[in-house]
Design a protein around this ligand. Structure first.
Ligand SMILES: CCCCCc1ccc(-c2ccc(S(=O)(=O)CCO)cc2)cc1/C=C\c1ccccn1
Length: 239
């Protein structure tokens, strides 16, 4: 796509998430906050200027869908309101290319905190394995990354602007290895890594924020993956 002003930043941010995903080192600095079936959600407790900015990492394995399908529905702004239960509104302000756009969304108010909003670019990308290493990981990734402003962004709202760096990184496993001819949904499994670094943008009680994170992230991951299974079950597989 043409060299727009975020081109360099997008490549750097995506490369960073891919490097990090390949390591997947869940060491003891990560605290398990939710463990349900194949889904494990971890957090690190971190504060910046007295604000809770806990990084969040989730891993999940879902049968019957592909990484491309998970990333497609996570990225597609047209369906965001269908699965993201914490949003009051979501809109596209701009398109940088057919896989990259700028979204503005308002989160539902969480009593007793001030309502949050977010302005970010979102890109979906296929990162095939290195040619020489055909066993290397093949990722589909979506990254949502805050930008400071945009000329079409509503000015001076009463909301606090949250700042985020979020990635959904997926690998698809086909077993037993089938020639591409007759793979069915029984043969595929998606391995998901979800990384969310969200700065709530303004003070909120640590206890409230941590309770929201603990409750909302597992709920959102369960609801979102169920949504993808429902949307794809009668459709041809998107590899
Ligand atoms: C006091 C509460 C303040 C809310 C702070 C907050 C702001 C934004 C966000 C957030 C969550 C998921 C994404 S995404 O994965 O990119 C999908 C697109 O929406 C982007 C942003 C989270 C949170 C904080 C908690 C929280 C956790 C899971 C769901 C909802 N809220």
């Amino acid at each position: 796509s043409p060299k727009h002003k975020y081109y360099k930043e997008i490549n750097e941010v995506i490369a960073e998430h891919i490097k990090y995903a390949a390591k997947l080192d869940i060491d003891n600095t990560w605290e398990l906050i939710h463990d349900e079936g194949e889904m494990k959600v971890f957090k690190r407790e971190m504060e910046e200027d007295g604000m809770v900015v806990d990084p969040l990492k989730a891993v999940h394995t879902v049968k019957g869908i592909t990484g491309h399908e998970v990333c497609h529905y996570f990225w597609n702004p047209d369906v965001r309101m269908e699965w993201e239960g914490t949003l009051e509104s979501a809109q596209v302000l701009d398109w940088f290319s057919e896989d990259t756009c700028v979204c503005y969304q308002i989160h539902k108010k969480v009593w007793p905190t001030t309502q949050r909003e977010a302005l970010f670019w979102t890109q979906i990308r296929h990162v095939p394995n290195e040619d020489e290493d055909e066993d290397g990981p093949d990722y589909w990734i979506v990254c949502n990354y805050s930008i400071p402003d945009h000329d079409k962004c509503p000015e001076k709202t009463k909301n606090i602007r949250a700042i985020m760096n979020v990635a959904m990184i997926c690998e698809t496993v086909v077993e037993p290895p089938q020639s591409d001819r007759n793979i069915t949904r029984e043969n595929i499994t998606c391995k998901i890594q979800y990384h969310a670094n969200v700065n709530p943008g303004g003070w909120a009680p640590a206890s409230v924020l941590r309770a929201v994170y603990k409750r909302e992230y597992p709920k959102f991951l369960k609801r979102f993956t169920q949504y993808v299974m429902d949307q794809t079950k009668d459709k041809p597989i998107m590899f």
